[in-house]
Design a protein around this ligand. Structure first.
Ligand SMILES: Cc1ncc(COP(=O)(O)O)c(C=O)c1O
Length: 393
C-alpha cells in the first residue's frame, strides 16, 4: 500500500547514537549521555506533589481544547512577571508540548506551498513538520557572522527570490544557544509585519540564559502585528515528558487554533495542565532557577576547557544548555565527519553526543552538540574522557 510522500521526513542521526548508547549501557558500560536535550532532574517537587494530589482527588477528564482557564491565567501572569507585557489569557492556547504547538501554529498560519524561512543550523522539527504539511522551507545560512541567527537582509533576499509567508526564529536557539537581542527581534518583527510575513518565535529556552550582554525579549510584544509565540514547560521547568506547552496567538489565529486543537487532540493532557499551575508558584520558579544555576556551572567549566577539547570555534551558548563545537580538525584523525566522530567517541570512550548533521544538513558534518543539562560532575567526566580519547587518535 502507498505510504505518503509527506511522511518521508529524515530520521535523526542521534537516534542511532542513542540506540548504541542504550545497548552499551545494557552491556554494563558506564555511558555518559550528553545527547539528550533535556534536564536530568525532572519536574519540581511542588509540581509532583500537586500531580499526586490530583491523581487521588480529580476526575482528570478532557479539558477545554485551548487549556484549562486557571493555567491560561497563570501563563498570562508569567508574561507580566517576566517581561512586563500584558497578554490576554484568551490569546493563550495550552498545547501538547511546544511540538504540538508548532503543528497547530503552522496549520493555522500556513497553506500548502507557502514559503517559510528558518535558520540553518536549527532545530530540525520545524522544517520537518513544515515539509510534511506541504510548505516550502527556505533555509537561511546562519554562521558566526550573524551569531547563527537570521537577519533582515537575509529575509529581504529570500523575499525577493520567491516571496515569503513565514519566519521561524528561536532564541535561545538549539543547537547554538545564541540569542536575538531585543533590538534584532524588534527589527525582524517589524520587517515581518511590513511584508505580511508571519513571525513564529520559539521561546522554549527562555529563562535559561547566561549572558548579561543579551537580554531576553519576547515576541508576545508583537502579537498585534501577527507574531506567534511558542513556549513549553519542557526546558525551564524540566517537564519534558509531561507534554505541556503553550502558544501566545494574535487574535485572528485564536479561533482557528481552537478548532484545530479540538479536532487534532481534543485537549492537552489534563493531569499535566492542572499540575502545571504549580510551576508558576514561588517554589516552582525557585526549583527552575536552581537548575539554571547548575547549567551555568557546567557551561563555565566547559567554556574554560574548550582549548583542551580542541573544538574550535564553538557557538556562544548565550542560553539553552548546549555547546555546539566545530570538530572539522579531527576529520583525518577519526577518518570521517562528525557522525564518525560521535560514533567512535561512543564506541571508544563511552561518551554520547549529537552529530551536527541533525541540525545542519549542509555544514553539520563539521559540528557536534554536547548537552550540558546533565549534572556538572557528569559533564566534567565527559570532557576528561573526550580529551583522553583525542590523545589516542
Ligand atoms: C528549540 C526547540 N523547540 C522545541 C522543542 C520541542 O520541545 P517540547 O515539545 O518538549 O516542548 C525542542 C526540544 O528539544 C527544542 O529544542
Amino acid at each position: 500500500m502507498k505510504v505518503s510522500r509527506r511522511s518521508h521526513v529524515p530520521p535523526f542521526a542521534v537516534m542511532q547514537v542513542l540506540a548504541t548508547a542504550n545497548e552499551r549501557r545494557a552491556a554494563g558500560h558506564d555511558v555518559l549521555n550528553l545527547c539528550a536535550g533535556e534536564p536530568s532532574t525532572g519536574a519540581s517537587d511542588v509540581v509532583r506533589e500537586k500531580a499526586a494530589e490530583l491523581l487521588r482527588t480529580a476526575d482528570l477528564g478532557y479539558t477545554e481544547s485551548l487549556g484549562v482557564p486557571a493555567l491560561r491565567r497563570e501563563i498570562a501572569g508569567h508574561y507580566r512577571r517576566w517581561y512586563d507585557v500584558d497578554v490576554d489569557p484568551a490569546r493563550i492556547a495550552v498545547t501538547t508540548g511546544s511540538s504540538g504547538g508548532f503543528l497547530l501554529a503552522f496549520l493555522a498560519a500556513f497553506d500548502v506551498g507557502d514559503r517559510v524561512a528558518l535558520a540553518r543550523p536549527g532545530y530540525p522539527a520545524y522544517k520537518n513538520i513544515l515539509a510534511a504539511l506541504g510548505c516550502e522551507v527556505v533555509e537561511l545560512d546562519c554562521g558566526p557572522d550573524t551569531r547563527y541567527q537570521p537577519t533582515v537582509s537575509q529575509l529581504m533576499e529570500a523575499y525577493y527570490a520567491g516571496g515569503l509567508d513565514g519566519l521561524v526564529v528561536a532564541s535561545p536557539a538549539n543547537p547554538t544557544g545564541t540569542m536575538l537581542p531585543p533590538a534584532e527581534l524588534a527589527a525582524l518583527a517589524r520587517w515581518c509585519e511590513e511584508h505580511d510575513v508571519r513571525l513564529i518565535s520559539d521561546e522554549i529556552y527562555h529563562g535559561i540564559a547566561y549572558s548579561t550582554d543579551v537580554q531576553q525579549a519576547t515576541a508576545a510584544m508583537y502579537a498585534d502585528s501577527g507574531a506567534v509565540v511558542v513556549n513549553s514547560f519542557s526546558k525551564y521547568w524540566a517537564m519534558t515528558g509531561w507534554r505541556l506547552g503553550w502558544l501566545v496567538l494574535p487574535d485572528e489565529l485564536v479561533g482557528p487554533v481552537d478548532a484545530l486543537a479540538g479536532n487534532v487532540a481534543l485537549s492537552p493532557p489534563a493531569l499535566a495542565q492542572h499540575a502545571g499551575v504549580a510551576a508558576f508558584s514561588p517554589a516552582g520558579y525557585a526549583a527552575a532557577a536552581e537548575n539554571v544555576a547548575r547549567y551555568a556551572t557546567s557551561r563555565a567549566a566547559l567554556l574554560d576547557r574548550v582549548d583542551e577539547l580542541g573544538w574550535r570555534p564553538v557557538a556562544p551558548a548565550d542560553g539553552a544548555f548546549y555547546l555546539y563545537g566545530n570538530v572539522a580538525g579531527f576529520r583525518d584523525a577519526v577518518g570521517g565527519d562528525s557522525v564518525t566522530y560521535c560514533r567512535r567517541l561512543l564506541a571508544e570512550a563511552d561518551v554520547a553526543i549529537t552529530p551536527g548533521a541533525d541540525f545542519d544538513t549542509v555544514g553539520g558534518g563539521d559540528w557536534v552538540r554536547l548537552s550540558f543539562a546533565a549534572a556538572p560532575e557528569v559533564v566534567s567526566r565527559a570532557v576528561d574522557r573526550i580529551v583522553a580519547w583525542h590523545r589516542t587518535l
